[in-house]
Design a protein around this ligand. Sequence first.
Ligand code: TRP
Length: 361
Amino acid sequence: MKTRIDPWSSTEIKDYEKISKEFGIEKIDSILKSLPKKHHYFTRKLIFGHKSLQTILDARKSKKPFTMLTGLMPSGKFHLGHKMVADEMIYFQQLGAECYVVAADIEAYLTRNIKRDKLKQLATEEYFLNYIALGLKPKKTIFYFQSTGPKEYMNLSKYVAKKTTFNELKSIYGNLTPEKIISALTQVADILYPQLDKPKPVVVPVGIDQLPHINLARDISSRLKSEYNFILPSATFHKLLPGLKQGKMSSSDPTSAIFLSDSEKEVEIKIKKYAFSGGQETIKEHREKGGNPDIDVSYQYLTLFETNDNKLKKIYNDYKSGKLLTSELKQILIDKINSFLKKHQKNKEKAKNQLDKFIQK
Ligand code: TRP
């Protein structure tokens, strides 16, 4: 049976190989060798696949301009899953990309239960400031809101309707509502927006839940070829980080996610209390049989934070053999996250002075 990914609800994906085959996603291995800077998200296959990333690497090699565009719905608190997207923005910026970052306030209003007048503030305080604090630089970067983009972009979000059909949308998204249709078409316009002044390669780093939008944008971009001469947009796909208790990580459920605004104590409590463990019931049993790092949520989170491959490998092996206990593994993660957050939260304070340099006027 064909898999359907619903970008607006929690799709849990078990088999990334299968998804990749089914949706024509190229494996990240196919391009790993040609990547100029190998972020650990790529080498650890957290970013497991891509579509036509070569276009971006070629542009970079021949010193032609290229662009990164991505965005998030300002739907609540900024968590570790959001951090992955931000780290990817920064990665492409460091490769030399010009950056477009969208706050999907129209989509958030249409598909989530959030008041319109809260969205601007939420986008600024929880999203934009975190991007800056994580290291996004103002040079060649713009932040914009879906609700206040320039006229050509606004019009494009409507014109694209002519290049799809109701049946196509139904087969991609399943159950449709007017809200979902507008959100999808707005996202297509986001993805094509950087090319409105002139055609150029654009990469869109996203979680795999956004795949339907990427496919739609690529198809529509081809159908607009004669009118706009768009270059087919590229994309990278990361695996979805599990929630603390497994399942979905949600910005509105504090027991499902570590937020970048959490205090030291909150991080400690959340991990100790909620992080799903791949360990055994008793210490004795754990020492004998060992744990399972592959399903252990603390270990999964460590793959984001422990950048040293050898250290990570040792943790993996020690946990698997039973030498490392669950409480010890959790403590390693708590310390890592808290030392990151301590710096990050200071940086976020400082980021407030910089915000003006990013926002599209
Ligand atoms: N749909 C995305 C989300 O749920 C937000 C988004 C809007 C986006 N436009 C985009 C992501 C363009 C990537 C590219 O968070």
